[in-house]
Design a protein around this ligand. Structure first.
Ligand SMILES: Nc1ncnc2c1ncn2[C@@H]1O[C@H](COP(=O)(O)OP(=O)(O)OP(=O)(O)O)[C@@H](O)[C@H]1O
Ligand SMILES: [Mg+2]
Length: 249
């Protein structure tokens, strides 16, 4: 019998971060709970701390204060090796940059995590996934010769093949034209239908408007969490935030 544990897949409690060796805080008391199988967009101006929060949430950067629970596990209380294994088994990442190893081919990059995990992806599964992202013709191209958008899609493809229960994507459509953005957003949405929890940072309000939940950030703090909003409401809310946040000091 499988145990039914009703914990949020992602829970951050009072996460604060500062730049190593300085008193500059880049995250201030960020708390957020994200339910299973949702698509969450994190929005806010450049420098708001979106990437920094994502690093803390995804186990890549230990916060100076606070804790992060993924599927109920306090990840920074795990030892380094157990944390690495925990994350490898259930978390997929797509970073804002430097996603691929430049001297490996696209396909080698895509298959690398499974190989490191000692798993084998059936050939037709990886071929199908590459086709889904329109990358089949670039299979044997070295990553350094791929366009930014191709690299971004390859990174997503790699994350998908691991069948993670949580996917973090930083600006997943940032390097893409509108057709490819649509494609990537569709894939992220499909993933949530399969039960995956997806968190994306985005500057694109149209992309954020597809989310089930929008997390607003400014000056290292979460200033609001809402349900789905249309693009105009997201923009309006982002614009109105400075006045509100200065009032709070
Ligand atoms: N390692 C670091 N050393 C110094 N400052 C840092 C470091 N990492 C982040 N910062 C600073 O922290 C703030 C938040 O950065 P972060 O990358 O999280 O912003 P962001 O919201 O993702 O911005 P963008 O939309 O431009 O990607 C910025 O002011 C940034 O300069
Ligand atoms: Mg960023």
């Amino acid at each position: 019998m499988t145990e039914q544990v009703m914990v949020d897949p992602i829970s951050a409690e009072g996460v604060s971060q500062r730049i190593a060796g300085s008193d500059t805080w880049i995250l201030r008391g960020c708390s957020v709970q994200l339910p299973r199988a949702g698509l969450t967009a994190i929005v806010g101006p450049s420098g708001a701390g979106k990437t920094s929060l994502m690093y803390c949430l995804s186990g890549l950067d230990r916060p100076a204060e606070g804790r992060v629970l993924l599927d109920g596990t306090d990840i920074y209380r795990l030892g380094r090796e157990r944390r690495a294994k925990f994350l490898r088994d259930r978390v997929g990442f797509v970073f804002q940059q430097y996603n691929l190893i430049p001297y490996l081919t696209l396909e080698e990059n895509v298959l690398l995590p499974e190989q490191l995990a000692g798993r084998r992806v059936p050939r037709d599964e990886s071929t199908q996934m590459l086709a889904r992202f329109g990358l089949e013709e670039k299979r044997t191209t070295v990553a350094s010769a791929l366009s930014g958008g191709e690299q971004q899609r390859a990174a997503l493809c790699r994350a998908m093949l691991l069948r993670p229960s949580i996917v973090f994507a930083d600006e997943p459509t940032g390097a893409l034209d509108s057709a490819n953005s649509q494609l990537v957003l569709r894939v992220l949405r499909d993933l949530t239908m399969q039960g995956t929890t997806v968190v994306m940072v985005t500057h694109d309000v149209d992309a954020a408007a597809l989310a089930d939940r929008v997390v607003f950030m400014r000056d290292g703090a979460i200033t609001g969490v809402t349900g789905p909003l249309d693009a105009d409401s997201i923009l309006a809310r982002m614009r109105q935030l400075p006045a509100d946040s200065t009032r709070e000091g």
